[in-house]
Every structure is written in C-alpha cells, then in structure tokens.
Design a protein around this ligand. Structure first.
Ligand code: CP
Ligand code: NVA
Length: 312
C-alpha cells in the first residue's frame, strides 16, 4: 500500500483498504514500541504542529510519534504564529511548505486544513476541526479490534451530540469499514442530511447498517457504546441548552444495560465531563479500555506519518 505524499483531512478521502492498512501498521508499530524498538522513518523530517485549539492527546501523540521515528516536531500555538492574525492561510501554508516536510493542524474550520494542504505542497494531517476528527477514529477502531479481534460486523452506538466532529467521523469510518453504526441523539442534534446520504452509500458498499435514531431502544445489540462531550471546543456558551437536550442520553448503567449484551464496552475520545455525557461509575468501570484508546492515538498517528511521509 503506497500512501506517500497523501494528506489526511477526512476519512472520506481514504478507501476501506487504506484505513485498514493504517490500523494494521499501527498494530505493528505498537508491538515494536512495547518491545523497545523505535524506527527512523522520519529521520531528517521536520513536522509543524499548528494548534488553534488546546489539546493533550493529539499534541502529545504527534510529538512522541515524531520523535520515536527520528523526526523533529515544532509546536506552533495560536499566538505563536501569524496565521489568523496578520497572514492568510494561503501565505502561511506556502511558507511552512518551504520549511517543513509535514504539517498537523487542529483548529476551527475544515476549510483551513484543506487550504493548508492545497497551498503547502506537503502532507497535512487533520488533528481536529469543527467538522471532522479523523485521526481519532483510527485509534478508536484499533481499540475495537484489540477488544473483539475484528471490526466488520460489530455494532457501535454513538450517543450524544450527533452532529459534532466525532459523530461525523465515526459515521464515515464505520460505514466504510462494515461496522453497523447508530447515532442516538435528539433530532435537533442529528448529522446533516447530506452526510447521512453519503455514508448510507458507503454502508451499502460495506454491507453494514447505518441508523440515526432518537429512541434509546437503538442501543440494543451494541458491542460498543461511544460518547463525547456535549459541548465541543468553541461551544462552551451552549452548555445549559445542551444539558437540557441531552440529559436523557447520558451513558449510565441503565443505558449500558439496554445493549442486552454481556460484553458491551464503553469508549470515549476524551476529555470527558463526568456527570454529563457519562457517569463516573461507567467511566471508571471501563477506564482500562478508555485509556488504552487514548494510548492508541499515539500508535495510529505514528502510522499516518510513517505511511504518508516516512522513508521506509
Ligand atoms: N481526543 C482528543 O483529541 O484529545 P485532545 O483534545 O486532548 O487532543
Ligand atoms: N467534540 C470534541 C472532541 C474532542 C476531542 C471537541 O471538538 O471538543
């Protein structure tokens, strides 16, 4: 599989085979790291890490993964560079593309990460925008694969804000890879019709079921229940409204029981607001799998950089 030179802006741009390849590469890199073996695939490569929004997992994953592979990461916070203050995205991209071999971007607009890719001429990786969070999905699916030994045919139910970056990206990834996927959310927070339509087509091709529902009965049969914060970064003012809308969709013991399966696991991309989208009890019961999921951010992000930019 040759992904050299490719950007990673949304999972829409990647085939099921390419996504599966990245997960397999991450498995291999994780195994090697546990054995104390790191590589030099990014030797001589300089990586820019642009963060308009804060981050723990994504920033640390890009930094550690880059250093593990012999590269040099450079953190560029929102107040450190001219982007968005005195310089256009197009000009910043053209400057960074002359100095760096790859660029990670986390921020608000999907349009920004797309412009960075278009104008820099180097691989650009989306570390989260308001619309998508594609690197997270690779870690989520690696975790699912470790838990169940497979992906195809599993059923995942995402509960909560059904139109945020996580819901959008999980829906794209799951429907491409043949994971039966349900978004359980109040109608006011359903994904866009356009994206549902697009993902329904992926689901037909992968022979999986895609459902959007506001009824808790949709949890039945779930192998994994997933949630995310009720207010994403930048939406803090909407807290009261969201709590009122989403209270019935909190992941608690009663909701977990609705799966009617013994082995159902709980996943969360983190950071979590315990007491809102998930109870402390459920969170702690699944702490091992949740923090393994967080660790898997690093192995999967390493796989993306190695595959798209690595020397070997
Ligand atoms: N899950 C995730 O992207 O975490 P950070 O916001 O800490 O990067
Ligand atoms: N939906 C969340 C994801 C955080 C990783 C946010 O955008 O804040």
């Amino acid at each position: 599989m040759n992904l050299k030179g490719r950007s990673f802006l949304t999972l829409k741009d990647y085939t099921a085979d390419e996504i599966e390849y990245l997960i397999e590469l991450a498995e291999d890199l994780k195994k090697k790291k546990k054995e104390g073996i790191t590589g030099n695939s990014l030797k001589g490569k300089n990586i820019a890490l642009i963060f308009e929004k804060p981050s723990t997992r994504t920033r640390c994953s890009f930094t550690v993964a880059c250093v593990d592979e012999g590269g040099h990461p450079e953190y560029l916070g929102k107040d450190d560079i001219q982007l968005g203050h005195k310089e256009s995205v197009e000009d910043t991209a053209r400057v960074l593309g002359r100095m760096f071999d790859g660029i990670e971007f986390r921020g608000y607009k999907q349009e920004t990460v797309e412009k960075l890719a278009k104008y820099s001429g180097v691989p650009v990786w989306n570390g989260l925008t308001d619309t998508y969070h594609p690197t997270q999905i690779l870690a989520d699916f690696l975790t699912l694969k470790e838990q169940f030994g497979k992906l195809k045919g599993l059923k995942m139910v995402y509960v909560g804000d059904g139109r945020n970056n996580m819901a959008n990206s999980l829906m794209i990834g799951a429907s491409k890879l043949g994971i039966h996927f349900t978004i359980l959310a109040p109608k006011a927070l359903w994904p866009s019709e356009e994206l549902i339509k697009e993902c329904s087509q992926y689901a037909i091709e992968s022979k999986s079921q895609l459902l959007v529902s506001d009824s808790l009965e949709a949890v039945a049969g779930a192998d994994a229940i997933y949630t995310d914060v009720w207010c994403s970064m930048g939406e803090e003012d909407l807290a009261a409204e969201r709590i009122a809308l989403l209270k019935p969709y909190q992941v608690n013991d009663a909701l977990m029981d609705l799966s009617q399966k013994e082995h159902t696991i709980f996943l969360h991309c983190l950071p979590a607001v315990k007491g809102n989208e998930v109870t402390e009890e459920v969170f702690e019961r699944f702490a091992d799998v949740i923090f393994n999921q967080a660790e898997n951010r690093m192995h999967t992000i390493k796989a993306i950089m190695v595959a798209t930019l690595g020397n070997n």
